[in-house]
Structures are given as structure tokens and as C-alpha cells.
Design a protein around this ligand. Structure first.
Ligand code: SF4
Length: 352
């Protein structure tokens, strides 16, 4: 058992978990909303520490990150549990599972980094469920990864307390934050969480050195109102800056939300056009085939720099992190060496 961090003991003897704003108060034996943090004998333990539900080698574009070493592979994994309750969860078989159901194996940070090195991955991605709930393991993994020259990627809903986020992101190189909607009503009813802490995380991230991209999964009839998409994009421009990439991605019916159709590609294209009108430089569509909506263009001269199809790279013209046509720097982190064209395929390494 791994004793967790981020907790205090209340006067009534219960443990208060201070990792995320859900603020669970746990009597002895009780687990939090996320299932993987439990009061055992008066100590909070992380049941998820070291307990991956499996590993896959993903293209970095799948996280999605389009401006963070494009064309590279990333060892991706998560644990059971989640601190949100999204009715539309696209990874619900992992996030809503109990550890015992998933028969998760225990891995040390060294073993995981060994696996990444063997698989030829220059980065680890903490993903599939929200790594906030296994912050202790993510931090230890990140330390090991950095010692051995690997990068770290955190894929999250950003529902985390101020104190914990400072410690977590001190160890991360890049993050994709899933901004699930731009109304408190959606957050409260559909995700069982709140929007304000997520916006705080995003504003705060914009002042750090962590490379940040934002995703908005568009669900027909729930968060695809054009006015909402515009307001979301304007907020990103105002609070994070126009260079933060924004991904509008397609929903597919899943978990407790089988009554909604998949997102029409036109909805994504419309939102993308609006966000660009609102002043964002890099806006993408995702989970659909859309060469135009997935191409990275120079913010200064509009020359196409990286052409993609879904997660595959079809052409790459960035030179030393800049546009070869006009010399303007492209926002993000880029390798000095040319990037080979990629298939965008995932390789499973035992995703159970
Ligand atoms: S991390 Fe888990 S236990 Fe802690 S407050 Fe959030 S949901 Fe509750």
C-alpha cells in the first residue's frame, strides 16, 4: 500500500482528501469518489499507485498534442478510477472500473521507463483516466523519466486543487486539458463536477512553462451551441493567449450516453471557423478525417507547415521550430531534426 499525499485529518477523525476539488471526507475504510484513494486505518492510501491497467504506444497526436514534438510516439497508460462522473466517458471501461476488476499489475517507475525505452518512446503519457487521482505515482514516474531523458505528458480534465497542481505540473512538460463545455450547468449535470476550478487550472497553466493544449469534445445538443463554442474560444484567447492550440473533437455514443448521435463533422468545422474568427491561431478538428482541419499553418503567413490525416503526419515543413516561408516561430516544442511521416497508429502492449 502506498501512503498518499494531499490529505489532512479532520477533528471528527475523518480524512479529508485535498487532491481535487471534490473534497472527499473519508471515514476509516471508506474510499473517495474516484475509488482509488481510501482511508485505511487513519491514513489515506493510493490504491492506484503503480497499478496500470495496461500500456499502449500512441502517436503524440492522439493525446491530442499537435505542437509538442509532432510525429513522436508516447508510452501511454492509466489506472482505474476517475474523479469526474462524465456520463459520456469515452474510456469508461477503465475510468469506472475498480482495481480488482481490471486485475491491474503493479509497476515501479523504473519498470515503466524501461518499457518506454524498449518501445522507443521518448515520452510517457499519463492518460486514459484522469492522472490527477494518481498524482503521487505520476510525479515519481516523471522524476524517473526526466532522470533518463524522457519527457512527460499529462492528459487531464484539470479538476485539481491549487496546491496539488503546483506540485504535479512542476514535473510535467506538456498537458492537454479537456475543457468539457463552457457552462457550469453542463459541468454540474453531465460531469458531476464544476467548471471554475478547471478554468483556474487553465489560467494558471498559461503562466507556466508547461506546454498546454485544450480539447473540447462536442456532444450534439449538449455543448455544441455555436455561441458556447465562441465564448469558449474567446475565453482561451483572453486568458491563455491566441497561440494555445484548441481541439474540437467528435463524440461517439458511449457509457451512459447512448442516446446521442456521433458529432457531425460540420459541427466541428463550424466551431473551428468561429474560434479562428475569435482570434485563436491554431484550432483543430479531431476524431474525424479532415485534412484542412488538422493542418498546422503558420500564424504569420498562413503557409501549411504540418499536414495531418487523423493522427498521421502527411507532410512536415517546420524548420528549427519556424516557418520556412517567412521565418516566424511556430508556437510549441519541436525537434531540430526533420520528422518522418507517420501512420498515426497505436500499438498495444497489453492493454487489458
Ligand atoms: S482525488 Fe479522489 S478521494 Fe481525493 S477528493 Fe478527489 S475524488 Fe475525492
Amino acid at each position: 500500500m502506498h501512503v498518499a499525499r494531499y490529505w489532512t485529518t479532520e477533528p471528527d477523525g475523518r480524512i479529508r482528501c485535498t487532491l481535487c476539488p471534490r473534497d472527499c471526507h473519508l471515514a476509516v475504510g471508506q474510499a473517495g469518489f474516484c475509488f482509488v484513494r481510501q482511508n485505511l486505518g487513519g491514513q489515506l492510501v493510493s490504491l492506484a499507485y503503480g497499478r496500470s491497467t495496461g500500456f499502449a504506444v500512441d502517436p503524440i497526436e492522439k493525446k491530442p498534442l499537435n505542437h509538442f514534438f509532432p510525429g513522436t510516439q508516447v508510452l501511454s497508460f492509466g489506472t482505474a478510477g476517475c474523479n469526474l462522473g462524465c456520463r459520456f466517458c469515452q474510456n469508461w471501461d477503465i475510468s469506472k472500473s475498480r482495481l480488482v476488476d481490471r486485475a491491474s499489475l503493479a509497476y515501479s517507475p523504473r519498470q515503466v521507463v524501461d518499457l518506454a525505452v524498449e518501445a522507443g518512446c521518448p515520452a510517457l503519457a499519463f492518460t486514459y483516466n484522469d492522472p490527477v487521482i494518481w498524482a503521487e505515482w505520476a510525479i515519481d514516474l516523471a522524476k524517473e523519466a526526466h532522470e533518463r531523458g524522457l519527457r512527460t505528458v499529462f492528459v487531464t480534465a484539470g479538476f485539481v486543487t491549487e496546491r496539488a497542481r503546483e506540485e504535479i505540473f512542476a514535473h510535467m512538460d506538456a498537458v492537454n486539458v479537456d475543457l468539457k463545455a463552457f457552462t457550469e450547468d453542463f459541468y454540474r449535470k453531465v460531469t458531476l463536477s464544476h467548471m471554475a476550478p478547471v478554468l483556474e487550472t487553465l489560467s494558471w497553466l498559461a503562466k507556466t512553462k508547461v506546454w498546454t493544449e485544450v480539447t473540447n469534445l462536442m456532444i450534439p445538443g449538449l455543448n455544441d451551441d455555436p455561441a458556447e463554442s465562441r465564448a469558449l474560444a474567446e475565453w482561451i484567447g483572453d486568458h491563455m493567449g491566441p497561440d494555445v492550440p484548441l481541439h474540437f473533437t467528435a463524440f461517439h455514443p458511449d457509457f451512459k450516453m447512448m442516446d446521442r448521435p456521433p458529432t457531425p463533422p460540420e459541427t466541428l468545422s463550424r466551431a473551428r471557423a468561429m474560434a479562428r474568427e475569435a482570434g485563436l491561431h491554431h484550432v483543430y478538428t479531431g476524431n474525424v478525417h479532415d485534412r484542412a482541419g488538422q493542418t498546422t499553418s503558420c500564424a504569420a503567413c498562413d503557409a501549411p507547415l504540418i499536414e495531418r490525416d487523423w493522427h498521421a503526419i502527411r507532410s512536415y515543413r517546420v524548420r528549427d521550430g519556424a516557418c520556412p516561408s517567412c521565418g516566424a516561430r511556430l508556437a510549441g516544442r519541436f525537434a531540430a531534426a526533420p520528422v518522418p511521416l507517420t501512420s498515426g497508429r497505436r500499438t498495444l502492449l497489453g492493454l487489458v
